[in-house]
Design a protein around this ligand. Structure first.
Ligand code: AP5
Length: 230
């Protein structure tokens, strides 16, 4: 199966974007591009970008557009992005969305397909509070919903499971505020372009995954139909 397009997952912290992006990326054999993971890696490596981003991420604000865009543009230039990719947590502001449009155009990709994850706030807090992530391969667990077989250890590669510094409730509130103010308006932006789909993401991982598969398959049939009529 080929993706051949940019897939964008929009949604608040804890909506399940990363969990689903990993599955889709694996199914279509395309890169999962999480700007949050890229920034955390820069912080862990102590790069200039990481040093600038750390205090901003620690307080739950968004990292400035120019820093994020530079990082994304560099990543998209890698050959593994040629067959499409899944963005998780990008774009997050209107300028990021506009710049992405120009970049996709330049790379020869058409319009992206954007999926908006809808989840109630109580569920978000519970998910984030229970999240543990593998420090080696990035596998995502949840002590309530999807626990590892052995406490604190990744089933897949035996890596140590860690909690994110920005998952403390007071920081999650700030992240939600940033989402409401700066990211939620993107749903309207993409709705106007006719590329927005929504998914009821409060459901189980398997149910959300099935809903995403149905959306993707329908969208691919529509694309093929359009190409066939050219
Ligand atoms: P980022 O890492 O992108 O965090 P986020 O968008 O806040 O999203 P999360 O990773 O918290 O949640 P998710 O939706 O991926 O949920 P997950 O699948 O893990 O960003 C972090 C920071 O980096 C930002 O605050 C900002 O500072 C900076 N940043 C990043 N990108 C930026 C950008 N473009 N511009 C500027 N700044 C940027 O799931 C959560 C939990 O729920 C897990 O435990 C999982 O197991 C569980 N779960 C998932 N789905 C289900 C389900 N269906 N049922 C039950 N449990 C589930």
């Amino acid at each position: 199966m080929a993706l051949k397009r940019a897939l964008i997952f929009l949604g608040p912290p804890g909506a399940g974007k990363g969990t689903q992006a990993k599955r889709i990326a694996q199914r279509y054999q395309v890169p999962h591009l999480s700007t949050g993971d890229m920034l955390r890696e820069a912080v862990a490596r102590g790069t200039e970008l990481g040093k600038l981003a750390k205090p901003i991420m620690d307080r739950g604000d968004l990292v400035p557009d120019d820093l994020v865009l530079g990082m994304v543009e560099e990543r998209l230039a890698q050959p593994d992005c040629a067959g499409g990719f899944v963005f998780d947590g990008f774009p997050r502001t209107l300028p990021q969305a506009e710049m992405l449009e120009a970049i996709l155009d330049r790379l020869g990709f058409g319009k992206p397909l954007v999926i908006d994850f809808h989840v109630d706030e109580e569920t978000l807090f519970r998910r984030v509070a229970g999240r543990w992530t593998c420090s080696v391969g990035g596998e995502i667990y949840n002590v309530y919903e999807a626990p590892p077989k052995a406490v604190g250890i990744c089933d897949r590669d035996g890596g140590k499971l860690i909690q994110r510094a920005d998952d403390r409730p007071e920081i999650v509130k700030e992240r939600l505020r940033a989402y409401e103010q700066q990211t939620r308006p993107l749903a309207d932006y993409y709705q106007r372009q006719g590329v927005l789909e929504t998914v009821e993401a409060s459901k189980s991982v398997e149910q959300v995954s099935a809903a995403l598969t149905a959306i993707l398959e329908r969208s691919q049939r529509q694309e093929q139909g359009r190409d066939g009529h050219l």
